[in-house]
Design a protein around this ligand. Sequence first.
Ligand code: 13P
Ligand code: SF4
Length: 403
Amino acid sequence: MHEWFQAGPSSTANKPLEAKSRNRLRFRMNSTVSTPIAFDYPQQDAAGTTCTAQAWAKTPPQLHGTEKADVTARIKKLLVEKDAALVAHYYVDGDIQDLALSTGGYVADSLEMARFGKNHSAKNLIVAGVRFMGESAKILNPEKRVFMPDLDATCSLDLGCDASDFAAFRALHPDRTVVVYANTSAAVKAQADWMVTSSCALAIVHQLKVEGKKILWAPDRHLGRYIQEQTGADMLLWNGACIVHDEFKAVELEMLKAAHPNAMVLVHPESPQAVVDLADVVGSTSAMIKAVVEGSATEYIVATDNGILHRMRQLAPNKKLIEAPTAGNSATCKSCAHCPWMAMNGLQGILNCLENASGEIFIDEPIRVEALGCIERMLDFTKNHPDLLAKAQHGFVKNIGAA
Ligand code: 13P
Ligand code: SF4
């Protein structure tokens, strides 16, 4: 038997991934506002599951038939027995999303995943997503035990933003308000004034601009550029990118649009500028789902991880969904628009969490306490300013009002 009901060693953080410390970043040493990207990093020397090929190799096999039914039934029973709730991101396997919803858990974007974990009464949380999502749940809920199907499920944005390099960047700009994307480690969040997700970044940065703040932003350069463009804020950007969204191709998207002239184009703002510029709606995963459900168009071209199509199909079965192109004449490599780390989540991994207490998240308490402030600030802002959030969505996000 494993020690499910004993308190975990909260002072012992999970070991950082080995390759993370090797991904050293370089200063470009140009910190003027006119050249907003001030930090650059060389091609990642990734190893182990921080390398996408190895992450794909670790993708669990799809379960079928009686094996799938048996594992699912055991998970359902254990979720009740262990007082655990399953919370999943829209990009994970559809079976896991369905299981979360059918057991009183939740499927959501990264903002709502954090909020769900904080508000739910369960003693234990199983987070099906990537590492920063599990860490955010633990930072917000130190009294809960938080588990993940595979702790190696990471994110290229998190990998590309080493905490000590980030500290050096910050030290160069002490006059700036530090805003970090949710897709960062607890050690980076511990250095931030604000955490934001793609659901609330526009509203929060707009408000900071109104207050006269200059911003230091990390790590996603595409999202940072988009927010800078929409708000006009003075932002200095870290040079990170999502390996999935970075692959969407504007030239091929234009050709696809021409072939489907009535389709509405939905783009996640982690995508490159040329792709964002072709969008009818730019928004978080939940905003994209809302656009499909509420939109009057019958066809939608979707530029985000294709795991989202499962929930879109369930909520809008009569709409035609077309995946945005990630390959073609202008492609440098082929991508499948699916995150290799999200793909590491499987039913067997969830069962292992429940049966063996495997995949538990630990964060050193001083880091957790430091990181808590920026997440709570975001949650308070989004709770207390629904008007500003709505204004950001309707005012800044292209054509969302028509969705
Ligand atoms: P959302 O917050 O929009 O769900 O995005 C999370 C993410 O990792 C997108 O790649
Ligand atoms: Fe990170 Fe991109 Fe995967 Fe989202 S899709 S978790 S941003 S690598």
